[in-house]
Design a protein around this ligand. Structure first.
Ligand code: SIN
Length: 482
């Protein structure tokens, strides 16, 4: 891997301000999903090192919280600038371990940096309230205080942005973070930790631990010092963390799986809807929690929409992320390929037609984009998240019916609807049981909006003012005797 600053490629963990390896030198491999090549090894740490990191976080947090908001903002601003200055290297590391095309990886670094910048500004706005009280000689004072030490567990699909979306507001609020990054993509996390140290994030305030997920997750959830778990990943693991956190009654922020409906009405601007579906479906090779999983197209425009979509999908280039012009990199691993293929096979066995798609090249993690038509609600894609580049087109003819079908899932993360009618737009926005709705928009992610789901898609919000609120406790003081 060629980097301008080779110091950003770390093969050690960042614990209490020191770069450490395992006592017995145990480590795990990080491989490039495009080539299968070994890129690096990272320490296989466990419970003991996680406990040390929690202890250091606890020690560092009080001083950090006692600094003025402006001082914390200045350090965050410096971290933001360092991330931006090192975009090229961070993107190179990210593409090497995750596979997404380099241009998309650079886009992710910009997206990741935006959370740090936004929360550097928001640090100064943790406002309280003074409420007229029920007694003439008293006032109700409501203030905001940092929740304390946070355990963060992040996924492989956005190895940079999911870290800054948690750490930006946490540090702005005055919290400390012990982070366990995904085992497939720890190198981006470690590079971000190096930059955090250079920016002046104090020793211990931010630790990054790689290794045994069960041991690290267990240490984070069982510790009474850790006051909050912030997790992005599968619904199954989210439920497990929730049950493990019950004993110590931790606050939870969970950003879990989705199964997004994408509804195209008969009055939609078709070209805009195609643009929207291309990004909502194929961004990160279909590996985002807010990817369009079920594309419902009105009967009267179904065939035209399918033909236009096939034309656009045919132009996508599937290639190694470093190849110029690549639109789709590999999926993360063999299990991901197997799952996406199983969804396609299931749909075809139940009558779906493959309108476009090349066979999956065996022995690789590449999955060429596919368009399936004549989907129905008995197929796995109708109820399970595919997490791959398969555009599955369902027919509908009635708004009430498509809303009912779109809501018929335990997930409730993101939904999309395309229509030129204002009243229909409001109807979809209000009736879709999702935390986020894109109306005539296929890309809804931004640091300025609250990201999160309802139902089994999770708890809490990340981004925007709400994202910092999640790292703050509300304290009520009755100021009497006035
Ligand atoms: C996710 O897939 O979990 C995050 C997607 C995004 O932030 O856009």
């Amino acid at each position: 891997m060629k980097l301008n600053d080779p110091q950003l490629l770390k093969q050690a963990c960042y614990v209490a301000g020191n770069w450490v390896t395992a006592i017995d030198d145990a480590c795990s491999s990080v491989t490039n999903p495009s080539t299968g090549e070994l890129i690096a090894t990272v320490p296989a740490l466990g419970k003991q090192e996680t406990s040390s990191a929690i202890h250091a976080a606890d020690k560092a947090q009080g001083d950090w919280a006692a600094r003025t908001a402006k001082e914390r903002a200045t350090v965050l601003r410096r971290w933001y600038e360092l991330i931006v200055e090192n975009t090229e290297d961070l993107a190179t590391i990210l593409t090497s371990e995750q596979g997404k095309p380099l241009a998309e990886a650079k886009g992710e670094i910009t997206y990741a940096a935006s959370f740090v910048e936004w929360y550097a500004e928001e640090a100064k706005r943790a406002y309280g309230e003074l409420i007229p009280s029920h007694k003439p000689d008293a006032r109700i004072l409501v203030s905001k205080q940092p929740i304390g030490v946070v355990g963060a567990i992040t996924p492989w699909n956005f190895p940079a942005a999911m870290i800054t979306r948690k750490c930006g507001p946490a540090f702005a609020a005055g919290c400390a973070v012990v982070l366990k990054p995904a085992p497939d993509t720890p190198l981006t996390a470690l590079a971000l930790a190096e930059l955090a140290g250079r920016a002046g994030i104090p020793a211990g305030l931010f630790s990054v631990i790689t290794g045994d997920a069960v041991a690290i997750g267990g240490a984070l959830t069982e510790s009474p010092t850790v006051k909050k778990i912030s997790f992005t990943g599968s619904t199954g693991v989210g439920k497990l963390l929730m049950s493990q956190s019950a004993d110590t009654v931790k606050k939870l922020a969970l950003e879990l799986g989705g199964n997004a409906p994408f509804i195209v009405c008969d009055d939609a601007d078709l070209d805009k809807a195609i643009d929207g579906v291309m990004i909502a479906k194929f961004r990160n090779a279909g590996q985002t929690c807010i990817c369009a999983n079920r594309i419902y197209v009105h009967n009267s425009i179904y065939d035209e929409f399918a033909a236009k979509l096939v034309d656009r999908v045919k132009a996508l280039k599937v290639a190694d992320g470093f190849e110029p012009g690549a639109n789709l990199g590999p999926l993360i691993n063999a299990a991901a390929v197997e799952k996406v293929q199983a969804h396609v096979d299931d749909a075809q066995a139940k009558g779906a037609k493959l309108a476009y798609g090349e066979p999956q090249p065996e022995g690789t993690h590449f999955f060429p984009p596919q368009v399936l038509t004549e989907m129905d609600d008995t197929m796995r894609i109708a109820t399970e998240e595919t997490f791959g580049p398969v555009a599955a087109l369902f027919r509908f003819s009635d708004d009430a019916d498509v809303i009912r079908r779109a809501n018929h899932t335990s997930s409730g993360l993101a939904a999309y609807a395309y229509t030129q009618s204002l009243s229909r737009a409001f109807k979809f926005s209000e009736a879709l049981e999702y935390g986020m709705v894109g109306i005539n928009e296929g890309l809804i992610s931004t640091e300025a909006a609250p990201f999160g789901g309802v139902k089994e898609s999770g708890l809490g919000r990340e981004g925007a003012r709400q994202g910092m609120e999640d790292f703050l406790e509300t304290k009520y003081t009755l100021m009497g005797g006035l």
